[in-house]
Each structure stands twice: as structure tokens, then as C-alpha cells.
Design a protein around this ligand. Sequence first.
Ligand SMILES: *Cc1c(COP(=O)(O)O)cnc(C)c1O
Length: 429
Amino acid sequence: MYQSTRTPAEIVSFEHALLQGLAPDGGLYVPLEIPKLPSNWKEASTIAELGFSVLQTWLKDEISSNELKDICEDALNFTVPVVPLAENSVTGKDTYVLELIHGPTLSFKDFGARTMARLMGHFLKKSGKKLTILVATSGDTGSAVADGFSGQEHIDVVLLYPKGMVSPIQEWQLITARKGVRAFAVEGTFDDCQRMVKEAFVAPDLAHLPLSSANSINIGRLLPQSLYYLWAYKTLGLNEEVVFCTPSGNLGNVTGGIFAREGGLPVHQFVVGHNANNFYPKYLADGTIDYQATIPTLSNAMDVGVPSNFERLQKLFSLSELQERFKGYSISDAETLAAMKQVHEETGYVACPHTAVGFKAVEAYRKETQNQMPTVILSTAHPAKFPEVVSQSLHQPAPTADALERLKNLPTQVETIAPTLDALKEFLL
Ligand SMILES: *Cc1c(COP(=O)(O)O)cnc(C)c1O
């Protein structure tokens, strides 16, 4: 059962929350209760098996176990390595990289997008309805969603991304022509894109359209994002408490982690590494709520001035409960570049700039708290997606990835629009 962050009295099913995306009152759906992990969760031998056993506790009343098993096997069909990072002067010792970068679009967003697409496809097939997915992206969401939904009947996708504010490769991934997908380059920031999506959902003259979202405002992306935290813990064979570090923007990834923790995973704390867009670290420090315009940075998938999942976290926890669970750090571009270089020099590991923000946040956390627990840093994108930043930092060419090389020969499709709801409406109507 789920409720909106804004109208708690209205209780809806998972199917409803998933297909609706944003609640009609403009709020986000949150679970009334976070289920406990199944007792045998550590017995799974693949992430798909783990997904099946854990998602059943959330979804068993709405999807048969055979159907859920098929969805998990089809969606979670790539590897999720947990790589020990050699001792180094940034992250210290006993640190691991949880590589979430081996899906088809090479970012952690593949987990949520692929699973959500199949869950939506399942419910739509049953009801015979159609949906248009409206998605604002700061880079990786759009390509994960476009790829994840391709081949799903009953679903069209409309992508909005901030023109000139995603990397050339990210843009290439977004505008690759795909069946049922239209891409728009918005003359504005990511927050403009996100606002346009939110406005479209509550616009009375669009109320007749079957619109839904695939941003981390959709609860359907958050549940699968709890799985790899469990997978990391299980793979490391640990029994003690751990620290996770999640490079963050909209706080969707780490909200998945919170679901795992509240379900029973022994997480001491989540370290959230933000770039110069430091809303959440400031909030955690003293409760200040200070929304700022987005600042462009090198870790651009985290360039978010107003993190959408903050509303969820605030609904689920008080300030002091959040302060118990999270430590937040804001990392500058200069620190990010230096961390990429230093870790590479000392260990040979090549990280994307988002993951490097995580490295630096772990350094700050350990310095401040003296915490030496095993620490798992989530690697959120493949370094091959950011060749400019990687070569700027390492003074050598970035690694390549086959999945990206293949794209370069495919046809593209994109239109430029103004950052207003009216401009979007013209297309949607
Ligand atoms: C989306 C993204 C993030 C931020 O994740 P949130 O769920 O918005 O906190 C971090 N790194 C990369 C590479 C991303 O694509």
C-alpha cells in the first residue's frame, strides 16, 4: 500500500502508484510500510534471484510469483561485480566498488528502468491500456529509460534533457532513434525539464492523456534500486555493519538503499556524496532548507538543485532520524578530478566523475568520524561515458565500451524546444 507525501489519507496499490508516477496532488508515492527482508535473501545466487525473493515481499499481492520471476530474469540480466579497491590515500583501506555500470546503457539507472518497464508492461497488458512516459533527464535516466522501454508494447516515451548540459556521449545515447521514443533538447536546465514534467502531470488540459513518469519520482524505480545494496553485502559475505557511499543528485539511488536498511540490512550509515549542488548536505548539517538553482559540474548526472526524493525522505523520517542514517558531503570539481587521478595512480582503477565524488566523500567521512568499517562505494556510471573528464584528469584517453561504440552508426532523432509547459503541450496535444 502506498500514499502520497501530500494527501496521506488516500491509499493506493503498487500498480496504481507505478502507472500514475506522480500523485494527482503533486506529491510522491511512499510505502505505508517497508517489508522485512525474506529470511533466505542471502541464499540467492544471482541478482535476478535476489530480486525475485526481495521484490516478492513488496509485490506478492499484485503479481504472481511466476510472472515476477520472469520479469526479474529478463530485467536483471547483467553482472554486478563488487571490486575490492586497493588501499589508497583517498578512500583508505577495506573499501569496495559496487559496479552498477554493466547494464546496456552503462549506468545504475538500468536496474530501475529495466525493471520498471517490465512491471508497467505487465500491468498494461492485463488492462489493455496505453501510456506515454514523460521523463526529464540530466543524462543517464533518459537513455536507460529509452533502452529499458524499447520493445514494450502499450508504452511510448517522451524524453526531455537540458540542451548542451549533457556530455556528447550521453547526448548520443539519448537521441539514438528508437521505436516509440521522442527526444527533446530543452533550452534550459535539468530543473526546468523536471518542472515541465511536474506541470504537465497536474495541467487540467492534459488530464485526459495517459501520462506517466519514469523519473526517480516513480516508486517503480526505487524498489529495484534496493537490490544491489543487498547483493554487495551478500557477495562480500559480511555479518557486521557496513557503510555505503552513494554519489547522489535526486536521492533516488540512496532511497533504494534506505528501503534495504529498513528491511533489515545492517547499514551503519549512508554517506551521500554530492557535487557543488549541496542542498542535502546542508540540510543534514543543521536542518536548513535552502533550494538553489542548479550549478553545472563535471558530475553532471548529479546536477540537481532541488532533489525530488527529498520529499519522500522527509515524509518517512524526522530530521534527527535522517541525521542518524546519513552523512552528506559536497565535493568540488577540482577535488573530483584530483580524486580520479590519485586513485588511478595508486590503484589503477578508473572511475567516472560521479563515482569519484563518492571516493572523496568517503575520505571526508572517515576523516571526520574515524569510521573504519568496510565501506562499499557505488559506481554509478562507466568512465567511457565521460571521456573528456577522464582524459582531463588522467592525462590519458578514457577506456572505451562496446555498447557505446555500436551506437555511433545508428540514426538519431531530436527536436529543440523552449523551457515551458506550453512548448511541450504543443507536441503532446
Ligand atoms: C542519476 C545519476 C546519479 C544520481 O542518482 P540519484 O538517484 O539522482 O541520486 C549519480 N550518478 C550517475 C552516473 C547518474 O546517472
